[in-house]
Write a protein that binds this ligand. Structure first.
Ligand SMILES: Nc1nc2c(ncn2[C@@H]2O[C@H](COP(=O)(O)OP(=O)(O)OP(=O)(O)O)[C@@H](O)[C@H]2O)c(=O)[nH]1
Ligand SMILES: [Mg+2]
Length: 460
């Protein structure tokens, strides 16, 4: 799985290794190589466009160039941006209803029946008592296939060759109630193409059992390549899916469908099928997938070390702020740091908060919207050098000019000024406490609600 990408990326990195600096042309060439590598691995065109755009931006970022060599930069950018495209973290497959129906749908041969059994087996290992339902009345052998898999693995299954999909699901609901089995995993009929018949059947099931259907999962065969994403999109538009499982990744050297489905549909890829055995179903972990693709453990570790160093450099800056030396330029680099790190948590962990009796865990919920930061950046960029150094000179006519220049409103500018002043005040206050007592263990009181208010500004 992903062998093609592993191969391409190792070549791309090899081309750059040993280089201390690269030209604009070399960046462009690298981006072209990445584009080709992704396309050859069946990654969807929309995803290829977005990824190459983001990776290029990251490679051209002046701050990055200061810290990383070109080959490190490319690995780092690729790692971060693919993880972003994949949604960051694994999507948690939750069963909240009781009874809960999990519908598995998909084209013929995509792996529905096998996956139904695998999913039941997996959920059983978590402590659930799942119930399988054979609701594929298209092909008589389909029912036998599920029953066989269920019996082999000690999984309860409801079936009846002389029934139909609606009745068998009703029956399963009764069994689930009588025997305390949940969730109910339904194997549905596959078709060669997406047609009205298959759509109607699923729609009818969803309608009739609407109180219980918690998941409608499309099972997609990785081997169908780019087409898999189109199938996913069409199914989703017609029957509103809750997520995906991509199968047969073990036999596919490309694997682009698994990398594209989430970005294109904005719905989670919960699991991947990685073999024919009952246990060959894995949670889709974006970071593990990316480590596998890049396959460069030692370089990744080295990059993490540098990132740590950057954090330490930032910590030194914080000390400067604590001495009251805080201008809009600092504020801007603060914001950029926040944007780079994605949220406020990392910044908070760098501030010696516990020293001031503030529990960093209490602030864990705070997140920053990067779009909001772009807006604040625009405002600061519209200030003159003098205004940035000494914001107290910003009067109403200057405010109007700044708002116009940044395409924002005076209200926005006021909000940022207020935030800046409060931040400066708090930093100075922290600094004074450190200076006065000169011992780190002190339990100095600081008004924590004030800090929370400031942090909350970013939440809007
Ligand atoms: N290698 C591999 N084979 C898989 C995987 N998932 C399913 N298969 C195989 O793919 C074939 C088709 O799987 P099924 O589960 O029967 O597919 P289906 O969607 O139920 O097919 P229909 O009922 O005919 O629509 C079987 O031979 C499975 O063993 C996987 O993750 N890896
Ligand atoms: Mg089947």
């Amino acid at each position: 799985m992903f062998e093609k990408l592993v191969d391409s990326f190792s070549k791309i990195v090899k081309n750059l290794s040993g280089k201390g600096k690269i030209s604009k042309e070399e960046i462009d060439q690298t981006i072209r190589d990445i584009r080709l590598a992704l396309l050859e691995a069946d990654v969807h065109l929309d995803v290829v466009r977005e990824l190459t755009f983001l990776i290029k931006k990251e490679m051209e970022d002046k701050e990055n160039v200061e810290y990383f060599t070109p080959s490190q930069l490319i690995i780092r950018a690729t790692r971060d941006k693919i993880i972003d495209i994949l949604g960051g973290q694994a999507s948690n497959f939750e069963i909240l209803k009781n009874p809960s129906i999990v519908l598995l749908v998909g084209l013929q041969g995509s792996g529905k029946t096998t996956t139904a059994a695998k999913l039941a087996y997996y959920l059983k290992s978590l402590g659930y008592n799942p119930l399988l339902v054979a609701a594929d009345f298209n092909r008589p052998a389909a029912i036998d296939q599920l029953v066989y898999l269920a019996n082999q693995n000690n999984l309860p299954v409801v079936y009846d060759h002389n029934s139909n999909s609606m009745d068998i699901i009703s029956k399963a609901l009764e069994v689930s109630k009588d025997q305390g089995l949940n969730p109910i995993i339904v194997d549905t009929a596959g078709r060669v193409h997406i047609n009205q018949e298959v759509i109607n059947e699923i729609k009818d099931i969803k309608e009739k059992f609407r109180d219980f259907v918690e998941h409608s999962i499309l099972v997609v065969d990785s081997m169908v390549g780019q087409e898999g994403v189109n199938i996913a999109k069409q199914f989703d538009e017609k029957i509103n899916l809750t997520g995906f499982i991509v199968t047969k990744l073990d036999g596919d050297a490309r694997g682009g469908v698994a990398l594209s489905i989430r970005y294109v549909t904005k719905k989670p890829l919960y699991f991947i099928g990685v073999g024919e055995k009952i246990s060959d179903l894995e949670i889709f972990y974006p970071d593990r997938v990316v480590s596998r693709i890049l396959g460069m453990g030692d370089i990744l570790t080295f990059i993490e070390k540098i990132e740590k160093q950057i954090e330490e450099d930032e910590l030194q800056k914080v000390e400067k702020y604590l001495q009251g030396d805080f201008t809009f330029n600092d504020y801007l680099s603060y914001l950029r740091l926040i944007k780079r790190m994605g949220d406020f948590k990392s910044i908070l962990s760098m501030l010696p908060l516990s020293m001031f009796g503030i529990n960093p865990a209490a602030l864990r919920e705070i997140n920053v919207d990067p779009k909001q930061i772009d807006k604040i950046e625009a405002i600061i960029n519209s200030m003159t050098k003098e205004e940035r150094r000494n914001p107290d000179i910003i009067n109403s006519s200057r405010k109007a000019r700044i708002a116009r220049g940044s395409g924002t409103s005076i209200k926005d500018v006021n909000l940022i000024l207020k935030h800046f002043r409060e931040m400066r005040k708090v930093l100075k206050k922290m600094g004074n406490i450190v200076k006065k007592e000169n011992i780190p263990e002190l339990n100095a009181p600081v008004n924590t609600s004030n800090i929370k208010d400031i942090m909350n500004l970013f939440k809007r």
